[in-house]
Design a protein around this ligand. Structure first.
Ligand code: SF4
Ligand code: SF4
Length: 404
């Protein structure tokens, strides 16, 4: 997620700020207009449903195509589902996005190709479309900024002490100061002034259920910005049962609770997870609960400067593609790990590595689009000099091991 692959670019350093995507956008926009600014989703299942909820907000969603006769007969959530033949008969076609699981993609690609449709002109795969095409079309055609994922880190305090916490929360005093409610509200205001649609907006920590004003924050975002968010979520380590007022607000504003599963490292959590799932179900709060996390990536932020040259830093950043953007006050950070580790370990590295949203105008939307997808004045972050980046994948470590 994140970086748009501009083949001719060697660096993400801003050379033509506000116009970096102009050439890339030109052909996409022309094609999109030729297709009547319409997007059809091939696959009316879970993936299609999620993407439809994003695209509906732009007014470009034209409907589903699906091979299932049942779906063709009954439609999905009140939307008509076309067989491919009917779509092809229809003179004014749009762009098709294949919204099926990875296993089924080759069969649908082959069906579309046999019907004479061309990849990356008539149809796209959903992942590349949502990460690389839709954000650009959204800004260049609709003047709407679309973001896949963004977060507010409400507190860096946590109930666990994971040795390799990627935010270095193990170093944060249990009595330390959280983000103030004013600052948290300002963060939401700044973000939603410039971002029209976010697929997933997450309140994170540390452990966000420790945040005393969590209820106020859910209500604030729920009332003012819920319509701009497809999935509003909180990520928890599952050690705290939320209070009834929080559960009620999560139900009211449809906040999904993502529960991390660290029971492989901490077996005693299993009982807590059962209690939490039971409570969420009884209160009709949506949640996700993954399989046990067994391994993590070790970025080794604490291992000191790697003394990389500028060229090496550019390469580390270009290969990384972290999806984790953070809004903090009016500062938009490309990498939440870089910001939080530097703060929590008092490293003072990369103090200028953010985009200041205050004072930006709507005409600066393309600058935000570029920053979100990796452009910056330097083309990397100072913290990339203290990080394994993509190479962290080579040395997985056990997940959630606790410090003594
Ligand atoms: S990884 Fe998560 S649960 Fe573990 S210390 Fe960090 S924030 Fe807390
Ligand atoms: S600090 Fe590490 S994780 Fe963050 S952008 Fe740089 S290489 Fe990626």
């Amino acid at each position: 997620m994140g970086a748009i692959d501009l083949e001719e670019k060697e660096t993400m350093k801003w050379l033509n700020k506000g116009h970096e995507f102009d050439r890339y956008a030109e052909k996409l926009v022309e094609n999109f207009y030729q297709k009547g600014k319409k997007i059809y989703l091939f696959g009316a299942g879970i993936i299609g449903g999620e993407i439809a909820r994003v695209i509906e907000k732009t007014g470009c969603f034209a409907g589903f195509i699906d091979n299932s006769r049942e779906k063709q007969g009954f439609g999905v959530n009140g939307t008509e589902v076309l067989p491919l033949e009917k779509y092809l008969e229809n003179g004014s076609r749009g762009i098709i996005v294949i919204t099926v699981d990875t296993k089924t993609i080759p069969a649908i690609e082959s069906q579309l190709t046999k019907a004479g449709l061309i990849k990356e002109k008539d149809f796209y795969l959903h992942r590349e479309f949502m990460e690389q095409i839709f954000p650009v079309l959204s800004v260049y055609v609709n003047h709407q900024m679309y973001v896949e994922l963004a977060q507010i880190c409400l507190t860096e305090r946590c109930t666990l002490k994971c040795k390799k916490c990627a935010h270095a929360c193990y170093a944060v005093d249990a009595k330390g100061e959280d983000m103030s409610l004013d600052m948290a509200k300002k963060s939401a205001d700044a973000f939603f002034s410039y971002v029209d649609i976010v697929k997933e907006f997450v309140l994170i920590g540390g452990e966000p259920f420790l945040y005393r004003e969590l209820g106020e924050m859910i209500t604030y975002i729920g009332k003012k910005y819920r319509h701009q968010i497809v999935m509003f979520a909180i990520t928890t380590n599952g050690t705290i049962l939320p209070k009834q007022i929080i559960l009620d607000l999560c139900k009211e504003y449809q906040v999904t609770i993502h529960v991390s599963n660290y029971s492989a490292a901490i077996p005693s959590l299993e009982k807590k997870y059962e209690q939490l799932k039971d409570t969420l179900e009884k209160n009709h709060v949506p949640y996700t609960f993954n399989d046990q996390e067994l391994s993590w990536l070790d970025y080794e932020f604490e291992a000191g400067s790697r003394k990389r040259t500028e060229e090496e830093l550019t390469q580390v950043f270009d290969r990384c593609h972290t999806p984790c953007r953070e809004i903090r006050g009016s500062r938009y950070y490309y990498c939440v790990m870089a910001r939080s580790v530097s703060d929590n370990l008092n490293m003072g590295v990369g103090q200028e590595d953010y985009l200041e949203l205050e004072g930006m105008g709507q005409e600066d939307q393309k600058i935000l689009l570029e920053f979100h997808h990796g452009f910056s004045e330097k083309g990397y972050l100072e913290m990339c000099n203290h990080c394994n980046g993509k190479d962290a994948e080579k040395n997985p470590i056990p997940a959630a091991e606790q410090a003594k």
